[in-house]
Design a protein around this ligand. Structure first.
Ligand code: VG1
Ligand code: CO
Length: 552
């Protein structure tokens, strides 16, 4: 441990020539290109607004880290200096500034911090030509609510100056304690606390017995944040073969890849599992470690189904052995989990897209598990989705049931029926074209009820609005829904995380009961709905794209 001398550093007030007007956070924090973040004072403006808005900064403890992308260490040092100027008492950092989003959530809770700042643009590419992002979490460990991000945005729009101090750069290579004036900077190993939490939740001996049997697994960290965590957990502690964790060293540009664990961007892993027979289990996580993709031999697990399977099998995990209080899913996520919740006799909530909407339900003890179709699953152990946790949950189920991933899916559908589901993403669409398409479709909605669509009647069409059951706050305009008479539905949304043009997301869902055909290709099962929404929304004409960028 080293303690640097703590002479009171000089306070500096920097005046802005003009405020920034574009610092509105999206679905998950402020996300912009690295170049935008490199403009003089850009990061500082947002951080100043955060420090002025977040309760408890004076004398408080803050957790700080990121997914290791280009700009991470620079941003950490900027925030440390500004934190010192704003009277923070302590900042908890992790070695090399590497901290996954769920690990940050855990640290905030464990160390009674006022919150955390996570430097990540999640699954967006990194590097000088990629994206950077800043997420702010509150004292419960979860993403701050819309009321907070709105207040931060308002503050940035009229910001005249920010405060910082002079201090030498920290390199964060080794654990230790430093001081910047009255601010204590504690650097810890970020993996330890996360591993300890996982060991409390899961039966590591049972999973280890599985992994030490004939059960080769491949985990793809995509050169992003989960590498060090995954190596410790899967290889060092659970006994998976050395090399099971692939692309395990975090790189500033994620090795040039797109750290989004789906069939398109994690195709190397997908090919290993879906086209070959060397592995029984495969998983990948995203840039900041909160997403997960689960694969079995010749089997892709749709994330909506994954949430349903975890719910149905939760009592196999020690932490959930006594059952779940309730579950929640985001609106575009399929209703597969609803059917399980009904069978279990527990509450099931439908929230808007984004993890922040689960926070109140988790804090109030109304739900134990929650998830989104976008490869996010989590529980009340933290207040973020948690990629590694989801992988361990699946391994625990496999260790207890000793069957293949494909068997688990088949038996699940035989019991609950199958929700055929797919998401079609049209990325980097010119903003005007995307908004034109969306606005036109919204305008059509009132006239759609009673009309025929994909050989079914439309029974409802609206823009989803949510009333939080805990604090009664209302969130409107969360996505266009077209509901069909047989429970099928189509949802159209514009992404709130993209940085290039606009991304249109089309979500398709259709239920087949356990007596129906359970083993179709979802693109075929949903084909009629796909072509109907394409023509109704004029997707091809308006985007100029003849197929989606990503199909899940
Ligand atoms: C996307 C997903 C959403 C998720 C969000 C943040 O948002 O659809 O489900 O919560 O990313 O995840 P959007 O607005 O682009 O559809 V992460 O891993 O980027 O923090
Ligand atoms: Co993420």
């Amino acid at each position: 441990m080293t303690a640097s001398p703590s002479a009171e550093p000089a306070q500096i007030v920097v005046r802005l020539e003009a405020p920034f007007t574009d610092q509105k956070p999206g679905t998950s924090g402020l996300r912009k290109s690295s170049r935008q973040f490199e403009q003089p004072h850009y990061l500082e403006s947002f951080v100043e607004a955060v420090f002025r808005t977040l309760p408890g900064v004076q004398g408080g403890t803050l957790v700080l880290g990121g997914d290791g992308r280009y700009g991470n260490l620079r941003a950490i040092n900027v925030i440390l200096r500004m934190g010192a100027a704003h009277g923070l008492n302590k900042v908890i950092l992790t070695t090399n500034g590497i901290l996954s989003t769920p690990a940050a959530s855990n640290l905030i809770r464990k160390r009674n911090a006022i919150g955390g700042i996570i430097l990540s643009a999640s699954h967006n590419p990194g590097g000088p030509d990629g994206d950077f992002g800043v997420k702010v979490n509150g004292s419960n460990g979860g993403p701050t609510p819309g009321s907070f991000t709105d207040a931060v945005f308002e503050c940035t729009k009229s910001l005249e100056q920010y405060a910082t101090v002079e201090a030498p750069e920290l390199t964060l290579v080794t654990p230790g304690t430093h001081n910047i004036g009255g601010l204590e900077v504690e650097i810890i190993d970020g993996v330890d606390d996360c591993v300890a939490l996982m060991q409390q939740l899961f039966d590591f001996d049972q999973i280890s017995a599985l992994l030490r049997s004939d059960f080769p697994l491949a985990f793809d960290a995509m050169h992003a944040v989960t590498g060090p965590y995954a190596k410790r957990v899967f290889e060092d502690l659970l006994g998976a073969a050395a090399g099971s964790v692939r692309n395990g060293i975090p790189l500033e540009d994620f090795g040039g890849g797109h750290p989004d664990p789906n069939l398109t961007y994690a195709h190397e892993l997908a090919d290993l599992l879906l086209k070959g027979d060397d592995y029984r289990f495969g998983a990948a996580c995203d840039g900041d470690g909160d997403r997960n993709m689960i694969l079995g031999n010749r089997c892709f697990v749709n994330p909506s189904d994954s949430l349903a399977v975890l719910t149905a099998n939760a009592t196999l995990v020690p932490a959930y052995a006594s059952g779940l209080t309730g579950v929640a899913r985001s609106m575009p996520t399929s209703s597969a989990v609803d059917v399980v919740a009904k069978t279990l006799g527990i509450e099931c909530f439908e929230t808007p897209t984004g993890w922040k909407f689960f926070g109140n339900l988790l804090d109030a003890g109304r739900i134990t598990l929650c998830g989104e179709e976008s490869f996010g699953t989590g529980s009340n152990h933290v207040r973020e989705k948690d990629g590694l946790w989801a992988v361990l949950f699946w391994l625990q189920i496999l260790a207890a049931r000793r069957c293949s991933v494909a068997d688990i899916m088949s038996s699940h559908w035989q019991r609950f029926g199958r929700h055929y589901y797919s998401r079609h993403d049209y990325e980097a669409v010119p903003s005007d074209a995307a908004h034109g398409l969306y606005d036109r479709l919204e305008g059509l909605l009132p006239g759609l009820v009673g009309q025929s669509f994909a050989n079914r009647n439309i029974t409802g069409a609206d823009n989803f609005s949510y009333t939080d059951p805990v604090d009664q706050s209302v969130t409107k305009g969360q996505g266009l829904r077209i509901l069909l008479e047989d429970g099928s539905r189509i949802v159209v949304r514009l992404s709130g995380t993209g940085t290039k043009g606009a991304t249109i997301r089309v979500y398709l869902e259709s239920y087949v009961p356990s007596t129906g055909d359970l083993h179709q290709d979802p693109q075929i099962a949903l084909a009629e709905m796909i072509s109907s929404i394409n023509s109704l929304a004029e997707i091809q004409q308006r985007t100029g794209m003849d197929r989606p960028t990503v199909i899940t």
